[in-house]
Ligand binder design. Structure first.
Ligand SMILES: [Zn+2]
Length: 145
């Protein structure tokens, strides 16, 4: 089951993030990375902000990470979410991807149980058009401290 109703708009790939979405279709989370200095960056852009190189890699990461920040949205910002009482928007710091933080959602958790620093793991959410998008679920290790 998808996190959002089917009426939610689907992502449209732009000139720089095509490889990101293509990897998602293969259930691979790939983050753009400078081929010269190794700096990770997201959202994807054509030039490294660290060394100005235009040589790019797409490194696969595990999708393990932790909640850096989050908010609970209770006001429907789009007609598609009118039927939802609330939903979370989480900023997830990915393991093994430098300072990259992915804006996503944590599924399978009550609003009041979400917390900063919580370990999460990647799950794939299939949208109405078949596109897979990276979302997260709480990692088992949270239950064991
Ligand atoms: Zn660089």
């Amino acid at each position: 089951m998808s996190y959002f109703p089917d009426e939610m708009p689907v992502p449209v790939a732009g000139p720089d993030d095509g490889p990101f979405w293509e990897a998602c279709r293969k259930r691979e989370l790939r983050i753009q990375c400078c081929a010269d200095c190794g700096t990770f960056r997201h959202p994807p852009v054509p030039v490294c902000y660290h060394c100005r190189s235009q040589n790019t890699d797409w490194k696969q990461v595990s999708g393990d990470g932790e909640v850096f920040s989050y908010t609970i949205a209770t006001h429907p910002t789009h007609p598609a979410v009118k039927s939802m009482a609330s939903y979370n928007v989480a900023v997830v710091m990915l393991d093994g991807a430098g300072d990259v933080r992915l804006i996503s959602n944590v599924m399978e958790i009550a609003d009041e149980n979400l917390s900063i620093g919580m370990r999460v793991k990647l799950c794939w959410d299939q949208l109405s058009d078949g596109q897979l998008v990276p979302r997260f679920v709480p990692a088992q290790e949270n239950a064991h401290g």
